[in-house]
Write a protein that binds this ligand. Sequence first.
Ligand code: OAD
Length: 238
Amino acid sequence: RLASARHCMVLTGAGISAESGIRTFRDTMEGLWKDFDPAALATQEGFDAAPALVTRWYDWRRLGCAQAQPNPGHIALAHIESALTGRGGAFDLFTQNVDGLHQRAGSRAVHEVHGSIARWRCTKTGREFDPGPEAFAEFPPPSPWGGLLRPGVVWFGEILPQEVLDRAEQVLDRCDVFLSIGTSSQVYPAAGFMELAAVRGAFVIEVNPMETPLTRTAEISLRGRAGEIMPRLAEAAF
Ligand code: OAD
């Protein structure tokens, strides 16, 4: 299926970066939301109530992401993209991850559904700010344009980037193979991509060590770690 795909759409979640040492959100043992409160840390209200705490938490995660390295799962996806596009096919990777590891692994058509933890923005002007390699010197970090700096991630209750949603809508219409990798398929609208792809006739493959609420939507469910399954899939297909 993958080898003969005309247009492959991929959705990744925190699970693909787990083997790079980045914590997932909902896994029972390691999930971030077990130790931290999403309402306090991942909402506008949480930021307004405690901007120092919230920005410190995101800056800690930002530096962790910058130190992490892409793993064989990320690299296999970059190989699949170049193999498919090299023979005239199309490939679009939508990621809920904010860690930038797909780009660093060499993936090109990456669409960040939940933004990026490496790009911050001014609360007053909306202008983007690159924090550089060091931790911020103070929290909350002041913006050079007068407001504060906040991470460029999508918080609960916020709308997703319109250009990413528009592209997803186009690709969902065209894709004939859909891969869902390392996501618990619980956060919408991203989780809905898999259901829409299936309804519109794509062949859906899920890669996850655990069952998810959408496993039954998939034609094939590959139970295992992305870092082990994806290289085998790429090798088998190309
Ligand atoms: P979750 O933490 O909800 O789910 C991670 C999934 O990865 C689970 O289904 C695990 O079984 C699976 N997993 C764990 N290790 C894996 C491995 N080595 N290989 C493959 N799969 C593995 O993360 P997401 O689904 O990405 O939103 O969460 C969606 C959104 O919820 C995130 O983008 C974040 C969070 O709140 C925002 O921050 C806006």
